[in-house]
Design a protein around this ligand. Structure first.
Ligand SMILES: NC(=O)c1ccc[n+]([C@@H]2O[C@H](COP(=O)([O-])OP(=O)(O)OC[C@H]3O[C@@H](n4cnc5c(N)ncnc54)[C@H](O)[C@@H]3O)[C@@H](O)[C@H]2O)c1
Ligand SMILES: [Zn+2]
Length: 372
């Protein structure tokens, strides 16, 4: 670690007492080289998609080849896009690794957005029953969300993320420089997941994001690093608390009950973060209607999220179709649709030790009607 890097130590239930680092800062290559040299390996496989190949991974391949002459360093790629996050892609990547004669002495470097991270992580998790890997997230969503927590996996024709594994990386390297080439739409997509955690857990950080929105769009390094660091901390704390299986992880689903429904109804044309932003607006309104969230706090949430997403998009879907879709979500148990209810900025309802709550459908309907 260098002075300019921010280090977060991650200790999770499935790391069996072992810790790994999330390093935020630009000198990650040096840290990666050090980590690689500590391992008993001879093959390094960089996994990425065809966009990141051109933008960053080819360069990484040459750097690693130049600095790690004694190792076999390879780059394997798959076509970008959610539709390629499937078992077929994993099989193809593993086939290439077999052809390169990669054994258990192989180390995977995943560099890309959430799709790459999920595919590369699952490839590493299942290749010869698991080989070590690191995550180098290149989208804001991957930095604050998908590279954190060790969830890896792929979609099937029966639904998203239905096959996978909890498999922790050896390290996560976050460098906001990558965001320079990312579209603003994808930047906001990731920002929604970070702000979601601030709405439920950190009022001050919510205010910080609101006050610094222009700086975020201008990719101010300090501002972005502060947001990413805090979002990862909250994310990890929620996952760690869930070790007690008290359902705390459910809090990460704020905005997702309605969000998933809208995402699905749009045929995945709306980005996940955009759908969640609409979901947050609806679910915050539900909390207000239930008398949990003060009107003033709702207005603060509303005015910021309406900058992130065009609320008119909500009108594209009938209330009935949204409500119907919420009941089909894979998280629904015994027909009960659950919601995270915020009771103020930075605070959630934890009635009866529960983090997610059943809400009368009439209230959800009313919230959807009022926001149209
Ligand atoms: N594992 C988890 O816990 C978890 C959590 C949340 C989301 N996810 C998954 O993450 C995926 C979404 O991730 P995403 O939003 O990063 O999408 P993505 O990986 O599809 O990336 C979006 C697009 O941006 C490109 N891209 C990536 N980095 C770039 C950069 N720095 N500059 C320019 N272009 C770049 C990609 O090639 C792609 O075309 C979904 O599959 C979702 O299920 C997983
Ligand atoms: Zn999400």
């Amino acid at each position: 670690m260098t002075k300019k890097q921010i280090k977060l130590k991650i200790k999770l239930p499935d790391t069996r007492g072992q810790e790994y680092d999330v390093l935020i800062g630009k000198d990650w290559l040096g840290s990666l080289l050090k980590l690689i040299k500590k391992q008993d390996i001879s093959n390094i496989v960089i996994v990425t998609d065809n966009n990141i190949e051109k933008l960053y991974a080819n360069k990484l391949l040459h750097s690693l080849k130049g600095k790690l002459g004694a190792y076999n360093v390879r780059l394997i790629i798959f076509p970008a896009d959610e539709k390629n996050k499937n078992q077929n892609t994993v099989a193809k990547l593993q086939e290439e690794m077999f052809k390169y004669k990669c054994g258990r002495d192989t180390f995977v470097v995943s560099i890309g957005g959430g799709v790459v991270g999920d595919v590369a992580g699952y490839t590493a998790a299942t290749y010869m029953r698991g080989i070590p890997y690191v995550q180098v997230p290149t989208t804001l969503l991957a930095m604050v969300d998908s590279s954190i927590g060790g969830k890896t996996g792929v979609n099937t024709k029966y639904g998203k993320n239905l096959v996978g594994s909890f498999y922790q990386p050896q390290a996560v390297y976050v460098d906001v420089e990558f965001l320079k080439k990312l579209s603003q739409r994808h930047l906001i997509n990731g920002l929604v997941e970070a702000v979601k955690m601030f709405v439920t857990h950190d009022r001050e950080m919510f205010q910080f994001v609101v006050n610094n929105y222009n700086k975020i769009l201008d990719l101010d390094k300090k501002v972005l690093e502060k947001i990413i660091k805090r979002a990862i901390e909250i994310n990890i704390e929620i996952i760690r608390q869930d070790e007690k299986e008290n359902g705390e992880r459910g809090l990460l689903n704020f905005g997702h009950t309605i969000g998933h429904a809208i995402e699905k109804l749009s045929g995945y044309k709306i980005l996940h973060g955009e759908a969640v932003a609409l979901g947050i607006l609806v679910e915050a309104k539900v909390a207000e209607l239930l008398g949990k969230l003060p009107h003033k706090a709702f207005v603060e949430i509303e005015s910021f999220f309406c900058e992130l997403v065009d609320i008119k998009k909500l009108k594209s879907y009938s209330i009935q179709s949204i409500l119907k879709e919420t009941k089909l979500d894979k998280k629904v148990r015994a027909g009960e649709v659950k919601y995270v209810l915020v009771k103020n900025l930075g605070r959630v309802c934890r009635q009866g030790g529960k983090f997610v709550h059943t809400v009368d459908e009439k209230i959800v309907k009313q919230a959807l009607t009022l926001l149209r």
